[in-house]
Design a protein around this ligand. Structure first.
Ligand SMILES: [Zn+2]
Length: 495
């Protein structure tokens, strides 16, 4: 049976239009998903929108729309973003869907049945934007630590989930599984917080109408944060066959929601007896050192960038420039430098140069036995591929991409060393040189395909070869199996 792999982005909160941060999370997740497919995994990749809650209700009212219409429209924008960025998700889930209402109700009932839910009164500071209750000490000058905005004080009847009951076992599991939360800094933070007294979690809202009714007390809705997390089970048709095949997940999320995805989500899963998923945390993108924030007018539109520089250039840049798991800075100058230097000069020119030489050559494109193996482009290739795979396994996406780029640079150096434009047009050495370069390009197309899928497709088209898998990353016995024909430039310089 094909090995299964489930990866998810967080579901986005459609209270406003997307920004570059949303694009970044989707691109990172897509790169990992595509890489897994290259390894031969059957990948389930979910993304979507988190549609309920007070904040949405208010935003819809402000826009003069019904919440339903409002979330549909904004979710359409997120789908469009995925199309533009070439995100290969297999499921786009909206929490307003019937399938999700069913799963959420089912899980909450299960929690109740397990004796993990009781009724009480909640009182405390609440940030509408986070949809989160805080304790006094979380606040900074009485304001929400995330939004720097005044919190509301709420007192209401509520159902609580016995999160404290699972505190110790979760902490133990995280301790025993160093990879469960990545990177290590986030793991440590969560462990430290789990060592402090933990309050039970209020899981219902009396005054929020826009949500999923609490199955055992329908005048209330399920707290949006709790219900949203359950989308990861909905997307696998929990508890059906797909769930049994694909769980546990890898959740790719931002630093602001690690607590929800570990302490809260893990407790719920422990209660209903489901294996804990891996949580992988990416950093934030800053603009000249400042956090992207609509409120402060610091915004970058990924669709505009993609139009201006090409989707692949944007994807390449974000992965290459920002060490995965850390915060990074965005600037158009840096993007242009990588586009004009690495993409146009290193890769684009290599392809064009090789295919121009192919047109000049008049013989068989095949290796010659006397050419020394050390000089050839497949020399030590196996070890290089192992190293790239290692980097991908360790989620060092930027390092993996850098090593792939070394292969591109080696091919350029090889061309300059062999000076094939000086060969006679029937010289077998010419054929050997082209064989090396075409095979290298074919392998480069495979390796860059998770990062730049359109570019890989275009390289294959011009080489006249089929898209390959990781196992195809070795030189095949000659002659070159393809019908190379020069096509369009892969990339265009932007001044
Ligand atoms: Zn807040």
């Amino acid at each position: 049976m094909t090995k299964k792999f489930f990866i998810s982005t967080a579901i986005d909160y459609p209270s406003a239009r997307f920004h570059l941060g949303h694009a970044y999370e989707k691109i990172c997740t897509d790169v990992i998903a595509r890489w897994k497919r290259l390894q031969g995994f059957d990948v389930h990749f979910s993304t979507g929108t988190d549609c309920h809650g007070l904040k949405i209700e208010r935003a819809a009212r402000k826009a003069g729309k019904s919440p339903d219409k409002f979330v549909n429209e904004i979710s359409e924008g997120f789908r469009e973003l995925c199309r533009v960025l070439n995100i290969s998700y297999t499921d786009f889930i909206m929490t307003t869907e019937q399938r999700h209402r069913k799963v959420a109700a089912k899980i909450v009932k299960q929690l109740k049945k397990n004796g993990d839910i009781y009724k009480g009164t909640y009182e405390g500071p609440y940030c509408v934007d986070c949809e989160t209750y805080y304790t006094e000490k979380d606040l900074i000058d009485g304001k929400c630590p995330v939004h720097d905005k005044k919190v509301e004080t709420v007192k209401e009847e509520s159902y609580f989930f016995r999160m404290s009951k699972y505190q110790k076992s979760i902490l133990d599991t995280i301790k025993k599984n160093p990879d469960l939360i990545w990177p290590e800094g986030n793991r440590k933070q969560i462990m430290n917080r789990l060592r402090e007294p933990l309050r039970d979690l209020s899981i219902s809202r009396l005054n929020v109408k826009w949500g999923i009714p609490l199955p055992f007390d329908e005048k209330m809705t399920i707290f949006v944060w709790v219900e949203a997390l359950m989308n990861y089970l909905t997307t696998l048709d929990y508890p059906g066959r797909k769930f049994r095949e694909f769980w546990p997940a890898i959740h790719i999320i931002g630093t602001d929601i690690v607590w929800h995805h570990t302490a809260i989500w893990y407790s719920i899963l422990e209660s209903i007896g489901i294996k804990l998923p891996r949580v992988v945390v990416h950093g934030f993108i800053n603009l000249k050192g400042e956090k992207l924030s609509k409120a402060k007018g610091i915004n970058i539109d990924p669709v505009e960038l993609s139009k201006k520089y090409s989707t692949d250039a944007l994807r390449y840049f974000l992965i290459r420039e920002i060490p995965f798991g850390e915060d990074g800075d965005f600037s158009e100058e840096a993007l242009r430098a990588r586009l004009n230097g690495e993409l146009v000069s290193d890769l684009g020119n290599l392809l064009t140069r090789v295919l121009t030489l192919v047109e000049k050559y008049d013989g068989k494109i095949e290796p010659i036995s006397e050419s020394s193996p050390k000089e050839n482009l497949n020399y030590n290739l196996k070890n290089k591929l192992i190293s790239i795979q290692n980097k991908m396994d360790k989620l060092e996406l930027h390092h993996a991409l850098n090593e792939i780029w070394n292969l591109v640079r080696e091919a350029n150096k090889f061309t300059n060393r062999r000076v094939p434009w000086q060969f006679e047009k029937k010289d077998p050495k010419f054929g050997d040189t082209l064989y090396n370069l075409l095979e290298a390009l074919r392998i480069i197309a495979i390796l860059v395909s998770p990062f730049m899928p359109e570019t890989a497709e275009e390289i294959n088209k011009q080489l006249g070869t089929k898209p390959g898998m990781l196992k195809d990353c070795e030189f095949r016995p000659g002659p070159f199996k393809g019908r190379p024909k020069k096509g369009r430039y892969l990339f265009t310089k932007v001044k």
